[in-house]
Write a protein that binds this ligand. Structure first.
Ligand code: NDP
Length: 252
């Protein structure tokens, strides 16, 4: 009998920002692999209800929780509700993220704080809230969604790039702290992926981005979700502290 190393039956995954875009595809991919999935969102209530239904159709259990990822008290509450419902958390995907792009000259302190708190402090909030459970279980997989911008930088995104580069340093440090307990911490760094976050870009900018991608196409949320499944599952049991670029070759 062959063992399916991607099988997540009996596992519980928590995905922040799972109502739309990449997070939605991650939630569904993990559910299709057999995991029970809890996910958070802030505003998109209808979309969250739809994702819950889609997960149920995939044969998994789902809970959707409204919580601001930047809020540490809400993170503790979310994690305890997920534990109450599913009794464990085996996989944490820190996906929630926003942009507030502008040149540094014009960037307000509010724009800086909002992006850094939502994208980076959230990773601290949820990792901290989950780590004790994973330590006692002596297993776990944390996957943090960074960006090609955190590796290469991008004009107009000092706040976003700082938050995404911060995620990489955070993840490598935590990977070293918890490896002896068989907890793995990895980063996925998407390039240009077609979601609502990137939908506002104009044709010209879009074409110039695609021209810089060796695989000559924009990425799809499913391209990222497939890599998250790999890092969540036993297929990657010897992988920790790594940064997996999912960018069509953009930042090699
Ligand atoms: P979207 O804007 O399409 O979706 C973002 C998701 O996060 C939504 O479910 C949104 O739900 C949720 N969210 C936003 N703010 C919060 C918050 N404060 N607390 C909890 N949930 C929140 O973004 P993408 O899917 O494009 O991006 C997902 C991740 O991938 C982000 O971390 C992003 O930085 C990263 N990324 C995206 C790239 C791309 O090209 N799209 C490229 C590289 C990285 P709601 O609105 O209801 O809160």
């Amino acid at each position: 009998m062959t063992i399916n190393k991607y099988d997540l039956t009996g596992k519980t995954a928590l995905v922040t920002g799972g109502s739309r875009g990449i997070g939605k595809f991650i939630a569904l991919e993990l559910a299709k692999a057999g995991a029970n999935v809890a996910f958070t969102y802030t505003r998109s209530e209808e979309a969250a209800a739809q994702v819950r239904q889609d997960i149920a159709l995939a044969g998994a259990e789902a809970i959707a929780l409204q919580a601001d990822a930047a809020n540490s008290e809400q993170a503790v509450d979310v994690v305890s509700r997920v534990q109450k419902e599913f009794s464990t958390i085996d996989i944490l995907v820190n996906n929630a993220g926003i942009t507030r792009d502008t040149l540094l000259m014009r960037m307000t302190e509010e724009q800086w704080d909002h992006v850094v708190n939502t994208n980076l402090k959230s990773v601290f909030n949820y990792s901290k809230a989950c780590i004790r459970t994973m330590m006692s279980a002596r297993s776990g997989s944390i996957i943090n969604i960074s960006s090609v911008v955190g590796i290469a930088g991008n004009a107009g995104q000092t706040n976003y790039a700082a938050s995404k580069a911060g995620i990489i340093g955070f993840s490598k440090s935590l990977a070293r702290e918890v490896a002896s307990r068989s907890i793995r911490v990895n980063v996925v760094a998407p390039g240009y992926i077609q979601t609502e976050m990137t939908a506002g870009l104009d044709e010209k900018i879009l074409r110039s981005i695609t021209d810089q991608i060796p695989l000559r196409r924009a990425g799809l949320p499913g391209d990222v979700a497939a890599c998250v499944l790999f890092l969540a599952s036993d297929a990657s049991s010897y992988v920790t502290g790594s940064v997996l670029s999912v960018d069509g070759g953009m930042a090699m």
